[in-house]
Design a protein around this ligand. Structure first.
Ligand code: AP5
Ligand code: MG
Length: 192
């Protein structure tokens, strides 16, 4: 099993690149943001609780997202590997993920970190707000809050995996194709 974390701030292209990567490498895509939005659409209790936090740009509690990830890992015992997008987002989530993978005699192969400057991130999110229907895109204050939360709570995830020499930085600016090809070349170094 080869597992990848696609890491980066809101708007860095995680979702865009995930679609291409799962196709090419036959991985299972695990986006906690997408899972939470499905819960909201289905109007579950979990979805309602999550929506209130997501609309403010705050993180959903660790135990909620870890529970969702754990269910999907259990439901896909024959996966070739998982591509984690938007997860883990705190150091606690990172430790929980490592423990869950250890139970499956597996681990994170690489953390691919997309580097994009903040001006470009905001530009992309303002643009996406026109079509995404995401309430956390529509409000510039919430967009700013998400970048702040990323710096404060999520950057420590990179530091955590850096201790195990698993983090590789990839330039997240340029065309979608250029970035995809840079990500693929990092993955292939580790697959061979
Ligand atoms: P989540 O859904 O994970 O959103 P996010 O991290 O804020 O990231 P985005 O989805 O906004 O950006 P992206 O990196 O996927 O970029 P994309 O490819 O779309 O989380 C939402 C909320 O859910 C959180 O705030 C939190 O409340 C909650 N949550 C989720 N996971 C959680 C967790 N683990 N723990 C706790 N809470 C959690 O690209 C952005 C735009 O740019 C698009 O329009 C795209 O077309 C465009 N674009 C992409 N690539 C390029 C390029 N190369 N050039 C120009 N434009 C580009
Ligand atoms: Mg996304």
């Amino acid at each position: 099993m080869f597992n990848i974390i696609l890491f980066g701030p809101p708007g860095s292209g995680k979702g865009t690149q995930s679609k291409l990567l799962i196709e090419k490498y036959g991985l299972v895509h695990l986006s906690t943001g997408d899972l939470l939005r499905s819960e909201i659409a289905a109007q579950t209790a979990l979805g309602l609780e999550a929506k209130a936090l997501m609309d403010k740009g705050q993180l959903v509690p660790d135990e909620v997202v870890v529970g969702m990830i754990s269910s999907v890992l259990d439901a896909k015992p024959n996966a070739k590997g998982f591509l984690f997008d938007g997860f883990p987002r705190t150091e606690t989530q990172s430790e929980a993920l490592d423990n869950l993978l250890k139970l499956k005699k597996s681990e994170i192969g690489v953390v691919l970190a997309l580097d994009v400057n903040e001006e470009e991130l905001i530009k992309r999110l303002i643009n996406r707000a026109l079509t995404s229907g995401r309430s956390d895109d529509a409000n510039p204050e919430v967009q700013k809050k998400r970048q702040e939360v990323y710096k404060r709570e999520t950057l420590p995830v990179a530091a955590y995996y850096n201790k195990f020499n698993k983090v590789v930085h990839v330039k997240g600016e340029g065309t979608v194709e250029e970035i995809f090809s840079a990500l693929c070349s990092e993955i292939e170094k580790r697959l061979s």
